[in-house]
Design a protein around this ligand. Structure first.
Ligand code: P6P
Length: 278
């Protein structure tokens, strides 16, 4: 597992450089989910693949940017599902973006996740790892990730990160969001999953929601590359992660690129979500 974390650290240093120096324009390519890829989506995906090809503990990798799995080392113990540059469409407005990694053993179901990592490229570059517990690291002047602190969610918080187009929300979801606001929460939403969930983790609590909507009945966020890793991290930090009814890590995708409605947050906020999904 250490060599996987090291490969992610090396990837992050290279991706930070690419973000700061390379052209963030669009390519001619369409990815597995039908999104037009930025040149950086392609380049960051290649960086991660190159770094994983150097280690022997990874059997295969699967990227949000590619339809198919990529075999790495025949006798590798782990499989890695990752989103190389989540929120890349926000680069043109200089918002924070991130890389998300789920480390699986024996399959890409939520229950097979054994560790999760994300890197956030913002005013500073930070990495959060979840294995036994949740730790935050900061990239220092020597391009090393120095441990900063462990992260823990309180029983309730004050942030409400509301994904999806409001006019496409169900009436029940609108009522749930209003109840969260009545608890004193404030809107904090950038449209980038990594910074939006990172903020709730660092501020101690709240709710991030990306529900089923009329335009996206199965939600927008991908189970293997985005949802399961953050569900693992939030549960390890003392929070909860559900699809509205069920625990996200109990779900099994029928296809690696499947999406699901998702709610991540402190216990009290998740209880409110459940109340509106009975
Ligand atoms: P919306 C970015 O494109 C992304 O995949 C996630 O990073 C983010 O949480 C979500 O989409 C935002 O979607 O529909 O709220 O703009």
């Amino acid at each position: 597992m250490v060599e996987i974390f090291d490969a992610i650290k090396k990837s992050a240093v290279r991706i930070k450089w690419l973000i700061e120096n390379e052209d963030s324009g669009y390519s001619q390519n369409i990815n597995a989910t039908g999104d037009t890829q930025l040149k950086l989506d392609i380049k960051t995906d290649l960086v991660i693949e190159e770094e994983f090809r150097k280690i022997s503990s990874v059997k295969e990798i699967i990227s949000e940017e590619k339809e198919e799995k990529t075999p790495i080392y025949e006798h590798g113990k782990y499989m890695v599902g990752y989103d190389p540059l989540d929120g890349s469409s926000l680069l043109d407005v200089n918002f924070s973006v991130g890389s998300i990694f789920g480390i699986y053993k024996g399959g890409y179901d939520g229950r097979h996740l054994v560790a999760a990592v994300y890197v956030i490229y913002g005013p500073v570059t930070q990495m959060v790892t979840a294995y036994e517990d949740v730790g935050m690291y900061k990239l220092n002047e020597n391009n090393e990730f120095a441990f900063i602190k462990s992260l823990e969610l309180k029983q309730s918080g004050l942030i409400n990160a509301t994904g999806g187009t409001h006019s496409n929300w169900s009436d029940e979801h609108k009522k749930m969001i209003e109840e969260i606001y009545s608890m004193g929460h404030r809107l904090r939403y950038s449209g980038g999953m990594v910074p939006d969930l990172h903020q709730i983790l660092l501020k101690g609590g709240g709710l991030f929601s990306y529900p089923s909507t009329s335009d996206r009945p199965k939600g927008k966020l991908r189970m293997v590359f985005e949802v399961f890793p953050f569900a693992f991290i939030y549960e390890k930090a003392g929070g909860k992660a559900i699809d509205g009814k069920r625990r996200l890590l109990d779900l099994t995708p029928s296809h690696p690129h499947d999406t699901t409605p998702c709610f991540f947050g402190s216990e009290k906020e998740i209880e409110t979500v459940l109340k509106y999904n009975e």
